[in-house]
Ligand binder design. Structure first.
Ligand code: ADP
Ligand code: MG
Length: 383
């Protein structure tokens, strides 16, 4: 991809980039709606990424191009207003510049910029975090700055929360930033603190995207968030991460039915994340798989953020040879299912699941095969 990026960069900007960076997309492995409850989450950085090429310009202008959009978008050095319409993708790199500036970190003056990606955008694999972190690494390098990885991750999140205006948690940027080949990233969202957990050899991921999404998904997220905070208040803890299963059981009669159900999912899910870490360290993928299925059942029953399409995919994957486990991945209310599989699951099994889905819902899910890969990094620094 680096060669293609250099070629496209030349075609648009008339010269080669000085700097090339890369940041991967991510899969939410287990830890559903645990982040804003202060709990842990496990994710995988995947071998699909956004690459960014950059070359400084002496005239102070910033020219943004992307393979996914027509352009380039040409901005003066003092232009930091949010872009709209077909140019709004620029808000991701521009938001990173603003986050750097507002954090007191030097930013490059003028530059030519080009993004190239093999990561589907808007498919729940966090292309947004990938373009943020890849851009941030290139900007830091161009400005002669260096920051700890925690700060890189925080800058990407700040850009998305404050400039783009999406209230995402730390999972997306944290996993893209701390990813490691053949490892999962464990995030304790309260720190946040980041560690990696080895993934036993031969395991890989399949993501089935339904492209079906509940129309009211933003409102449903907000409602779930409120119900979780209400449950914590009634139990008498700051966040649900502080509630044990026994505390939740003792509070059941004082909780509204919906607050109990949401809290039940979150409290159990937090325990499942730590059980998954223990099972991974023991190399017990069968146990990990059981936890993935249990997470999905809990989403369906307690958190009520699954859908008929997601349930169907998980049920179709369960009897397939080589599938350890599967669950909805991401916020839910539609979206995608992730399966952890061995090499024994391949195109034949995928075809069976996709055909069954087509027969039931009249459309084919998009299928993506991925492995756990390294996190965001500088690829090259030219002369
Ligand atoms: P997700 O993060 O799940 O892929 P989002 O809606 O959060 O979905 O982010 C997708 C947006 O990120 C795109 O609409 C686009 O604005 C931006 N983006 C992602 N990849 C690229 C790219 N290669 N070039 C330009 N913009 C991109
Ligand atoms: Mg995103």
């Amino acid at each position: 991809m680096t060669d293609t990026l250099i070629e496209r960069f030349r075609a648009i900007h008339g010269r080669a980039p000085e700097i090339v960076s890369r940041a991967p997309g991510r899969i939410e492995f287990i830890g559903n709606h645990t982040d804003y409850n202060g709990g842990p989450v496990l994710g995988a950085a995947i071998d699909r990424s956004v690459w960014v090429g950059l070359a400084r310009r002496p005239d102070g202008r910033r020219r943004f191009a992307s393979d996914a959009h027509s352009g380039p978008v040409d901005l003066a050095s003092d232009a930091f207003e949010r872009a709209t319409g077909t140019q709004s993708w620029v808000n991701y790199p521009l938001g990173v510049l603003v986050a750097m500036r507002d954090s007191g970190i030097g930013i490059p003056a003028g530059f030519d910029y080009m993004a190239l990606s093999n990561l589907p955008a808007g498919a729940g694999l966090s292309s947004s975090a990938a373009i943020e972190l890849s851009s941030c690494i290139a900007f830091l390098e161009a400005a002669g700055q260096s920051v700890p990885r925690e700060v890189l991750v925080a800058l990407g999140k700040r850009a998305e929360n404050e400039f783009v205006g999406i209230p995402c948690g730390i999972l997306d940027q944290g996993v893209s930033g701390f990813g490691k080949r053949d490892h999962l990233v464990h995030i304790d969202c309260r720190g946040p603190t980041f560690t990696t957990v080895p993934l036993p050899a031969g395991s890989n991921f399949w993501v089935f995207n339904t492209h079906v999404r509940h129309a009211l998904v933003d409102g449903l997220y907000a409602e779930r968030h409120r119900e979780c905070l209400e449950a914590a208040r009634v139990i008498g803890v700051p966040l649900l991460v502080d509630a044990t299963p026994a505390m939740l059981a003792a509070a059941e009669t004082r909780l509204s039915r919906s607050a109990y159900k949401r809290a039940r999912h979150v409290v159990d899910e937090i325990a499942r994340v730590e059980q998954a870490v223990a099972a991974l360290l023991a190399g017990d993928l069968a146990a990990v798989g059981k936890l993935l299925f249990a997470s999905h059942r809990s989403s369906r029953t307690w958190f009520e953020n699954s859908s008929p399409e997601l349930d169907f995919l998980v049920e179709s994957l369960e009897p397939e040879k080589g599938v350890y486990g599967a669950r909805l991945t991401g916020g839910g209310f539609g979206g995608a299912v992730m399966a952890l599989a061995s090499e024994a699951f391949g195109e034949e099994g995928v075809g069976r699941v996709a055909e069954a889905y087509l027969a039931r819902f009249g459309a084919r899910p998009d299928v993506l095969h991925a492995r756990a890969d390294d996190g965001a990094a500088l690829i090259s620094r030219g002369p």
